[in-house]
Write a protein that binds this ligand. Structure first.
Ligand SMILES: [Zn+2]
Length: 164
């Protein structure tokens, strides 16, 4: 991707939107500032610019701070939040997570239903395991393995003793 020039937040935003909007899905564009790196991407579904911030691991890569980019990142982070259930983007107020109470309730119900299902599955698996252990064939096999192990242990000990 070609280098972009910008002198304020709006031009940077416009340039990024234009380039990423036309680029294939999954294209990222990064700008470094200080020891941080901002990854810009385009959300095709919700038609918006999104950003994620990573910290550069070594100081070797750090560059002078880019205040324009930082301002854009601050703005994007403030305005870009998507509802985890329906993916609708909305402006977040406080710690509000869902776009509406309908979404919030549906999400909680789904989560509860899922955890109950998993608990049931776990119980079923445990019961199956218990049944398997209780079978006489399994018991016999376990006794055989146990005996084998004990015999091996004795042999190992015998070798050690003969060495000394
Ligand atoms: Zn929602």
């Amino acid at each position: 991707m070609k280098k972009i020039t910008y002198d304020n937040v709006e031009t940077l935003r416009k340039a990024l939107t234009e380039r990423l909007g036309k680029a294939p899905r999954g294209t990222l564009y990064y700008i470094r500032s200080g020891s941080r790196q901002f990854w810009f991407t385009w959300f095709f579904k919700s038609h918006r610019l999104a950003v994620s911030v990573t910290r550069l691991k070594t100081r070797r890569f750090s560059v002078p701070r880019d205040l324009v980019a930082e301002a854009l990142v601050a703005r994007l982070r403030e305005e870009s939040w998507t509802c985890p259930r329906c993916g609708k983007s909305f402006r977040r107020i406080g710690r509000k997570k869902f776009c509406s109470t309908t979404c919030g309730t549906a999400w909680r119900v789904a989560r509860l239903r899922y955890s109950r299902k998993m608990a049931l599955l776990r119980a079923k698996r445990a019961a199956a395991e218990d049944a398997e252990l209780a079978r006489p064939e399994t018991q016999a096999e376990m006794r055989r393995v146990d005996t084998d192990r004990r015999r091996d242990d004795l042999r190992r000990k015998a070798i050690v003793l003969s060495r000394t």
